[in-house]
Design a binder for this molecule. Structure first.
Ligand SMILES: Cc1cc2nc3c(=O)[nH]c(=O)nc-3n(C[C@H](O)[C@H](O)[C@H](O)COP(=O)(O)O)c2cc1C
Length: 175
């Protein structure tokens, strides 16, 4: 099975996308742009059950064993698009249980993209704890940013190390 980058930015071709494309090039992972999907917030009466969430999560669990959550930093936290997606995983625990169970045993990584090198403490916690809760293996995370429209050189090399040591432990990154 393959890997997929779940891109949670409010701009399909923004800064987070620059990072996801860089990672796709080095891993061969697919990208799912969550902004292009119609995924509503969690609803206790599951009123959004006919939107794009279920087909999207089914596509993910059937085709991929490594899920990389790529989110911009908006107000010190993951984006709303990413949070909606995470909240909707609850649909898989309460209703679509067969799909939910298939998340167990898969791997999760996380990439944040902010305005600079600083990431406030606690940002990664929801990903780490959600992975544990879902029985997924947490591979690790890396914080990224864009300077003058580009990924800074040192960060490029840090991302390459992250890929080879955490994400694609069996393979070497292309340079
Ligand atoms: C609504 C909003 C909130 C933001 N809040 C933060 C923040 O708390 N910390 C930070 O470092 N950058 C913040 N930024 C800057 C973005 O994280 C940064 O520009 C990022 O690279 C944007 O990625 P994108 O183009 O994929 O949206 C914010 C940007 C927006 C639009």
């Amino acid at each position: 099975m393959r890997g997929v980058i779940l891109q949670g930015s409010s701009k399909s071709n923004g800064n987070t996308n620059k990072i996801t494309l860089f990672i796709k090039e080095r891993t061969g992972f697919d990208i799912i742009d969550l902004k292009s999907k119609n995924i509503g917030p969690f609803d206790y009466d599951f009123k959004n059950r006919d939107d794009d969430f279920l087909p999207t999560i089914k596509e993910i669990v059937e085709n991929y064993d490594t899920l990389i959550f790529a989110t911009p930093v908006y107000w010190y936290a993951m984006s709303g698009i990413m949070k909606n997606f995470m909240d909707r995983i609850t649909d898989c625990i309460k209703v679509e249980k067969t799909t939910g169970r298939k998340l167990a045993g898969k791997k999760m990584g996380m990439i944040s993209c902010g305005s600079g090198s600083e990431l406030k403490e606690g940002f990664t916690m929801p990903f780490i704890e959600s992975a544990h809760y879902l029985g997924m293996e947490y591979l690790g995370d890396i914080h990224t940013w864009i300077e003058d429209e580009n990924i800074p050189k040192q960060l490029q090399s840090d991302i390459n190390v992250f890929i080879s040591e955490k994400i694609k432990r069996e393979g070497k990154p292309k340079h």
